[in-house]
Write a protein that binds this ligand. Structure first.
Ligand SMILES: CSC[C@H]1O[C@H](OP(=O)(O)O)[C@H](O)[C@@H]1O
Length: 368
C-alpha cells in the first residue's frame, strides 16, 4: 500500500532476479529499512526473528526461501533440507507449511536443473495470488462496512482491530485492513481503534504506521481499552486477522484476540475475522485443542525498546529481575464468538460446512 504516496509491497524479488527485498518490520515505526535476503537461511531467520511476520507474508517469505535454496542446492537432498529448515521457523501460522507444500509439489517432480527457475516462478505466483486474494477480501469486507455506514449516514464507522493484519502482514492490502483501505478509498468515513497489542506492539508500531501513511484516521489504544469502548457504543465492528482457522471454524490469532471476541459477544458487537483460504487448516478439527501456540522469549515481555526524544534507541526493563515471565504469542477464539469469516470467496459462517463448500480444495490439501 502507500507510504507517503509511494506504493510499496512488504516483500519482492529484486531487479537482480534472485535476491529478495523485504521491509525490516522490527525497525518500524521509527526507521524504514529494507533488508536483502540472499539465502534460504536468511529467509528462515527473517521469519523466526520477525523481520517479516504475519501469516501470509511468512508463507511468501518461505516460498522465496525455497527459491534461494534451489540456487544453492537443487538436489533432492537440498530440497528436503530447505523444507525442513524453513518449516520450523515459526509453528502457528499454517501459511508457512502451505507455501512450502506448494513449492515442494512444484519442484519435486522436475529435473533439479530446472528447479531454481521453477521455484522463483512458483514463488512469484504465490506472491501475486496473495495480492489478488486480499483484493477479494477487501471487496467482501467492504460490504460489511457499507451496511453499517448506510445505517448511520454521515457518521464515522468505527472499526476495532488487533495486532497487525495489514499490508505489512501480507504482500499487499492486508487482510483485516483490506476492507478498511478500500472503504477509505471509496470515501466512506472510517476510523480504526488500533490495539497496541503487547508485547511486540504490532498494532502500535505497524498498524498505526500503515494507517497513518495511508491517511486512514485511527487511534492507538492500550489492549485493555476495547471492552470499555464496546460497552459505550464506540465500536461498530471488529475485524481481525488470523494465523490458522480450524475445520470447526475456531480462529487462532494474536494473543488477546479471544478477550476482544468475548467483549464483542457481551456487547453485541459484530466480530469478523479476515483470512485468505491458505489460512484454513482442515487437518485441524478443534482449534483450541489442536493448534500449536508459539511461546516466544520472555525478553519481549520484560523489555521495551523505543526512541528517545533526541533520536537514540534505548531498551529498558519493565519487569523485576527474577520475576518469571510467560509469553504466549497466540490464542484461539472459538467459532461461537465469530460473526463471520471474510474470505476471497465471500463472508462465511465459521463452521466446517461453510468452509468446505467455499474451499473444497483445502480439504483435498489436508487429506494429502
Ligand atoms: C494476516 S495474518 C496477521 C496475523 O499475524 C500476526 O502474528 P505475528 O505478528 O506474530 O506474525 C497476528 O496474529 C496477525 O493477526
Amino acid at each position: 500500500m502507500k507510504v507517503d504516496g509511494k506504493h510499496f509491497r512488504s516483500i519482492w524479488r529484486e531487479r537482480d532476479g534472485w535476491s529478495v527485498g523485504a521491509i525490516d518490520q522490527r525497525r518500524l515505526p521509527h526507521e524504514f529499512v529494507i533488508a536483502k535476503l540472499t539465502s534460504c537461511e536468511d529467509a528462515a531467520v527473517a521469519i523466526r526473528d520477525m523481520l517479516v511476520r504475519g501469516a501470509p507474508l511468512i508463507g511468501a517469505t518461505a516460498a522465496y526461501g525455497m527459491a534461494l535454496a534451489m540456487r544453492e542446492d537443487a538436489s533432492d537432498a537440498g530440497l528436503k533440507r530447505a523444507y525442513e529448515t524453513l518449516v520450523v521457523a515459526r509453528p502457528t501460522a499454517i501459511n508457512l507449511k502451505w507455501a512450502l507444500d506448494e513449492m515442494r509439489a512444484a519442484l519435486a517432480p522436475i529435473d533439479p536443473v530446472e528447479r531454481a527457475e521453477a521455484a522463483y516462478a512458483r514463488a512469484d505466483e504465490i506472491v501475486e495470488q496473495d495480492v489478488e486474494i486480499n483484493r477479494g477480501i477487501a471487496g467482501n469486507g467492504l460490504k460489511l462496512i457499507e451496511a453499517i455506514a448506510a445505517k448511520k449516514p454521515g457518521e464515522v464507522v468505527n472499526v476495532l482491530t488487533h495486532c497487525n493484519a495489514g499490508w505489512l502482514a501480507t504482500v499487499d492490502w492486508g487482510t483485516a485492513t483490506a476492507p478498511i483501505y478500500l472503504a477509505h478509498e471509496r470515501g466512506i468515513k472510517v476510523h480504526v481503534w488500533v490495539d497496541e497489542t503487547r508485547p511486540r506492539n504490532q498494532g502500535a508500531s505497524l498498524t498505526a504506521w500503515e494507517l497513518g501513511h495511508h491517511g486512514v484516521p485511527h487511534t492507538v489504544i492500550p489492549d485493555n481499552t476495547g471492552g470499555h469502548l464496546m460497552q459505550h457504543g464506540m465500536v461498530d465492528l471488529a475485524i481481525v486477522g488470523t494465523d490458522r482457522v480450524a475445520a470447526n471454524g475456531d480462529v487462532c490469532n494474536k494473543i488477546g484476540t479471544y478477550l476482544k471476541a468475548l467483549a464483542a459477544h457481551d456487547n453485541g458487537v459484530p466480530f469478523y475475522v479476515a483470512l485468505p483460504s491458505p489460512t484454513i487448516d482442515f487437518a485441524v478439527h478443534d482449534g483450541i485443542r489442536d493448534i500449536p501456540i508459539e511461546q516466544r522469549s520472555g525478553l519481549e515481555v520484560t523489555d521495551m525498546t523505543g526512541r528517545t526524544a533526541d533520536g537514540r534507541f534505548e531498551t529498558v526493563r519493565i519487569v523485576p529481575e527474577g520475576s518469571p515471565v510467560a509469553n504466549y504469542a497466540f490464542d484461539v477464539t472459538p467459532a461461537r464468538l465469530v460473526t463471520g469469516l471474510i474470505t476471497e470467496r465471500g463472508v462465511l459462517k465459521p463452521d466446517r460446512a461453510s468452509l468446505a463448500d467455499a474451499f473444497p480444495e483445502r480439504i483435498a490439501a489436508a487429506a494429502e
